[in-house]
Write a protein that binds this ligand. Structure first.
Ligand code: AMP
Ligand code: MN
Length: 382
């Protein structure tokens, strides 16, 4: 699922903020953002710009933010971040739908083609960042070079399409999650703030072998195993052995090429690469420490994620590290709403530092979501 940054949403409720008479707190799905008093009422449709949206300076609708413009990838604009005003957290920017004639036009167009009811549903499912020139701000830009990503994007090979990209939806964007999944058992793990890493093994007798990019030619190719092909990817691209510095080092340190070769099945292990040179080492690992913390196993033949328990067992048998497991619980027993799960996300991580949050995965592996701690977002300026 690709993340939608700019969407049309319905205002759920509006609350006054203590000690502030010109602003109020507006709730849209699981998000709370601050808006001018009287600007919105419950039931209004509004345009929501989620945190990490980068709003273009060239759009006159953002002129009032000009003193906070920054330069990102060579362009001026405003980065939407979490903020706190008068003790109230504000996440995202909410604007009246009427200020966006291009979205109103898209709505009319949908209504002509699909009728009134369906048009509103489709409208609320559409991502409008492209239409409004909004980009995603990626804080990992600096980390990209640190992890050895080549400067030229064009010579990168995408991760094989038969393996899903790692991603998690934020609980704030899943308004009915507690109603829908409250009775189900979830695995709760600590969300680690490193770089997404995938290792895979494809057997020589698999038809998917033809879909893999040819191996490099320099030096010894660990990727070529006697019974198949092992390889390492970052979130989106293959990491050739000569370039994927910390990625490959952690794979080799764990003897992953040999272990997956011995396992002899078509599989991808997905996890977080963490250590002193990854991102800003928010987890606080000692200098020089890097490792791969598994959070998922994709069965390539069955085209499904293994169940969390099966993954745990496999990780144990292979002698690998798993992301920390908090436990297994019925979702409704640990939280009944967004506020409660946000409170739960606060806590410490693997090395005793404030953690980024938690990831909840239903026991059959069919569905999962993330809850990022608000204090972590505020602390790191996100
Ligand atoms: P984000 O880092 O906000 O893009 O959230 C999704 C990412 O969290 C995934 O792509 C993983 O790389 C990462 N992640 C870190 N810890 C976990 C975990 N315990 N379970 C699942 N994903 C995780
Ligand atoms: Mn992350």
């Amino acid at each position: 699922m690709t993340r939608k940054l700019v969407t049309v949403r319905k205002v759920a409720a509006v609350h006054p903020i203590k000690g502030a008479d010109r602003i109020e707190a507006v709730e849209v799905d699981g998000w709370t953002c601050i808006a001018g008093r009287g600007q919105f009422r419950a039931g209004d449709l509004a345009v929501f710009f989620e945190i990490d949206s980068f709003l273009p300076a060239g759009d006159p609708r953002w002129t009032h933010l000009a003193d906070k413009f920054i330069t990102y990838t060579g362009e001026r604009g405003f980065r939407v971040k979490s903020a706190r005003m008068r003790g109230q957290i504000s996440q995202g920017i909410l604007e009246p739908l009427d200020d966006f004639p291009e979205i109103l036009a898209a709505w009319v167009d949908l209504e002509i083609r699909h009728g009134r009811r369906e048009a509103e549903r489709l409208l609320r499912e559409t991502a409008f960042e492209g239409l409004l020139g909004v980009k995603k701000f990626e804080a990992t830009e600096t980390a990209v070079t640190a992890t050895g990503e080549p400067a030229h994007k064009s010579d990168q090979i995408p991760m094989p399409e038969f393996i899903p990209r790692t991603d998690q939806e934020r609980v704030q964007n899943l308004p009915d999650v507690f109603e829908k999944w409250g009775e189900e058992i979830f695995q709760e793990t600590v969300k680690m703030d490193g770089s997404s890493m995938t290792v895979y093994f494809v057997r020589n007798d698999s038809p998917l072998m033809d879909k893999l990019a040819p191996l490099g030619t320099e030096g010894k190719q660990t990727a070529a195993q006697p019974n198949g092909r092992f390889d390492v990817c970052s979130r989106n691209v293959e990491k050739p052995e000569s370039q994927g510095r910390y990625f490959w080092a952690s794979a080799k340190k764990n003897s992953l090429p040999e272990k997956l070769s011995r396992l002899n099945r078509n599989i991808a292990l997905q996890g977080e690469l963490c250590g002193s040179s990854i991102q800003k080492n928010f987890e606080g690992f000692p200098l020089g420490f890097h490792d791969f913390f598994v959070f998922g196993a994709w069965d390539i033949d069955e085209r499904r994620y293994m169940k969390p328990k099966e993954t745990e067992d496999l990780v144990g048998r292979l002698g690998l590290k798993h992301v920390p497991i908090v436990g297994y619980h019925r979702l409704g027993d640990i939280a009944r709403n967004v506020q409660e799960i946000l409170a739960r996300a606060e806590g410490i991580g693997i090395n005793g530092k404030k953690r980024e949050g938690i990831v909840l995965k239903q026991v059959d592996g069919r569905f999962s979501f993330k809850t990022i701690s608000n204090s972590y977002l505020l602390k790191h300026g996100e």
